[in-house]
Write a protein that binds this ligand. Structure first.
Ligand code: MG
Length: 400
C-alpha cells in the first residue's frame, strides 16, 4: 500500500505551497507552475490582503488550502470563494500551518518583510524543500534556519536571482574550492545620480528601476543599495562564507546574475534575461532543469556588458552591509528592521530618500550587538528597532 501510494504520489507531481502568492514573486511562481503542470501542482496559497486576486488564483489553481493573513479581509475572501471545497484560513498563524503541511513538498516563501519568518522556520523544521525569495528569514534568523535545516534534512534553495546564480555556479565545484563570491548589482535608479539629488529623490524617481520590475519595498532598497547589502548578509548565511570572501560588482545590464571564483582562478557565472521566472523555476526543479517559459538570452542583441566597482561613499548602505555582516549576531536584525520602517516612512511621504540610511545608521548606533539568540529574542530586537525608527520620526514631526 505504501509503495503503491508512493508511486501514485510520484505520478501526481510535486506539490507546492506558495506563501505570498499575490506579490511579484508569487505571481511569477504561479506562471512557472502553470507551465510545469502536471509535474508540479499548487497545494496551498496565501496572501496578506489582496483578497480578490487570491480568490482568482484559488479558482484557477484549485489548491487544497488558501489563507489570507489580514483577518479583516477574511469575510470578503470567503464570499468571493463560495462553493470552494478546499480549506480557507485566516490570520498570521495560518502561514505557519501552510508551511508545514504534510501534503507540501516545496514551500515557496515570498512574503514581504519579516512577516514570513516564522513560516520559513516552520518549513525548515518540517524538512520541506524551502525556496526562499525574501531575504529576511536568512538575514534575521539565518543561523536558526540553517541549523533547523541541518537537523531536519530540509533543503534551502535561493530564489533571489543573485543567490540562485551563485548556487548554480557552485555546482561546478565543491564548497571548499570556492575562493570568492561575486554578487552583481544593477546599481538601481541612482547609479549615476549625484548624492544631493539622490537624497532628495521623489517616490516616483525611486520606484523607476532600470532593469527589474519588482514590488515597491525592494525597488526602494535597490535605490539605496540596501538590497545588495542584505544580499551580502544573505550570502554569508546561505553559503557559509565570511563577508571578506564576498564582493559586489556593479553590472547595469543585469544579465550576469552573479559569479563564483574558484581557487584555480576559474570564474563561473550564470547569465540570463532579467526574469525572476528563471531562478524560481530552478528552485522548483533542482537538481533537474526543465523546459521553461522564460525567454533565452541573445548576447549579440546586447553587444556589450559593463562592470564597475560600487561607490561605497555614495551608497553608504552597502558599506554598512559588509560591516553588519561581519558583526553578525543581532546586527542584521536591527539593520533590516530599521530599513523596513524607514522605507515605509519614505513611501508614506514622511521622510526624504536620504533619510532612510540616516535612520538606519542611528538605530544601529543605539544597539549593542548580541549573539546566539532565540527566535523570540530576535523578534523582540526587530520590534525594538522599528520602535526606535518610529520614535525618531515622531520627534522629527514634533520638531518640524
Ligand atoms: Mg536580488
Amino acid at each position: 500500500m505504501r509503495v503503491f501510494s508512493g508511486i501514485l504520489y510520484w505520478f501526481m507531481g510535486k506539490k507546492v505551497a506558495i506563501l505570498g502568492s499575490t506579490g511579484s514573486i508569487g505571481r511569477n511562481a504561479l506562471q512557472v507552475i502553470d507551465a510545469l503542470r502536471p509535474d508540479y501542482e499548487v497545494v496551498a496559497l496565501s496572501a496578506h490582503n489582496n483578497a480578490d486576486l487570491l480568490a482568482a488564483q484559488v479558482r484557477r489553481f484549485n489548491p487544497r488550502y488558501a489563507a489570507i493573513t489580514d483577518d479583516a479581509k477574511y469575510a470578503q475572501f470567503k464570499d468571493a470563494l463560495s462553493g470552494f471545497d478546499g480549506q480557507l484560513l485566516s490570520g498570521a498563524e495560518a502561514l505557519v500551518e501552510l508551511a508545514s503541511l504534510d501534503e507540501a513538498d516545496i514551500v515557496v516563501c515570498a512574503v514581504v518583510g519579516a512577516a514570513g519568518l516564522p513560516a520559513a522556520l516552520a518549513a525548515a523544521q518540517a524538512g520541506k524543500t524551502l525556496a526562499i525569495a525574501n531575504k529576511e528569514p536568512l538575514v534575521i534568523a539565518g543561523e536558526l534556519l540553517m541549523e533547523a535545516a541541518r537537523q531536519s534534512g530540509a533543503v534551502l534553495l535561493p530564489i533571489d536571482s543573485e543567490h540562485s546564480a551563485v548556487f548554480q555556479a557552485m555546482q561546478a565545484g565543491r564548497p571548499e574550492e570556492v575562493a570568492r563570491i561575486i554578487l552583481t548589482a544593477s546599481g538601481g535608479p541612482f547609479r549615476k545620480t549625484p548624492t544631493e539629488q539622490m537624497n532628495n529623490a521623489t517616490i516616483q524617481q525611486a520606484l523607476a528601476h532600470p532593469t527589474w520590475t519588482m514590488g515597491p519595498k525592494i525597488t526602494i532598497d535597490s535605490g539605496t543599495m540596501m538590497n545588495k547589502a542584505l544580499e551580502v548578509i544573505e550570502a554569508v548565511r546561505l553559503f557559509g562564507m565570511p563577508a571578506e570572501k564576498i564582493d559586489v560588482l556593479i553590472h547595469p545590464e543585469s544579465v550576469v546574475h552573479s559569479m563564483v571564483e574558484f581557487i584555480d582562478g576559474s570564474v563561473i557565472a550564470q547569465l540570463g534575461t532579467p526574469d525572476m521566472k528563471v531562478p524560481i523555476q530552478y528552485a522548483l526543479t533542482w537538481p533537474k532543469r526543465m523546459k521553461g517559459i522564460a525567454k533565452g538570452l541573445r548576447l549579440h542583441q546586447l553587444g556589450q556588458l559593463n562592470f564597475e566597482p560600487p561607490d561605497l561613499e555614495r551608497f553608504k548602505a552597502l558599506a554598512m552591509g559588509f560591516e553588519v555582516a561581519r558583526m553578525s549576531g543581532s546586527a542584521p536584525v536591527v539593520f533590516n528592521a530599521a530599513n523596513e520602517a524607514a522605507v515605509a516612512a519614505f513611501l508614506d511621504g514622511r521622510i526624504r530618500f536620504g533619510q532612510i540610511i540616516e535612520l538606519i545608521d542611528r538605530c544601529l548606533q543605539a544597539h549593542a550587538v548580541q549573539a546566539h539568540l532565540t527566535l523570540g529574542e530576535l523578534l523582540s530586537i526587530d520590534a525594538w528597532a522599528r520602535r526606535h525608527v518610529a520614535d525618531a520620526l515622531v520627534r522629527q514631526t514634533a520638531a518640524g
